[in-house]
Design a protein around this ligand. Structure first.
Ligand SMILES: [Zn+2]
Length: 130
């Protein structure tokens, strides 16, 4: 049912854009996984704007900052997809699957950016970029 304004991912707060992508416990676990993968300190966003701008303050090289921002966008899209699959298809939300999809989709996105250095899947999974 879509008639409730409660977040279906956590069932504990009103669903807003900022909650879904920044405040929700599911999103928080996704960001924890992304931080661990990209070797940046654990980050907490309070709004979608924080997430969009977070790459500016992480301790990464210029190239990695750009890639990291792309990963944030992909993760937001994947959280949105998980939310919709839960609501419309009753598909359970598995954080590990979301993070894995972000890695796979991020790798495809990265490999199709002609300006960026080539990277192997193994290096991508360790966020070992030039
Ligand atoms: Zn929630």
């Amino acid at each position: 049912m879509v008639d409730s304004d409660i977040c279906r991912l956590c069932d504990s707060a009103k669903e807003t854009v900022d909650h879904l992508f920044a405040g929700c416990s599911v999103a928080d676990k996704v960001w924890s996984g992304v931080a661990s993968w990209c070797k940046v300190h654990r980050f907490f966003g309070f709004s979608i704007r924080d997430l969009v701008e977070f790459h500016n303050i992480v301790a990464l090289s210029k190239v990695k900052k750009e890639v990291f921002q792309g990963i944030i966008f992909i993760a937001c899209w994947r959280i949105w997809k998980a939310r919709n699959e839960l609501i419309y298809e009753n598909k359970p939300v598995i954080v590990e699957d979301i993070i894995e999809d972000v890695k796979v989709l991020g790798f495809l996105w990265y490999c199709n950016r002609p300006k960026l250095q080539r990277v192997s899947w193994v290096d991508w999974c360790s966020f070992n970029l030039m």
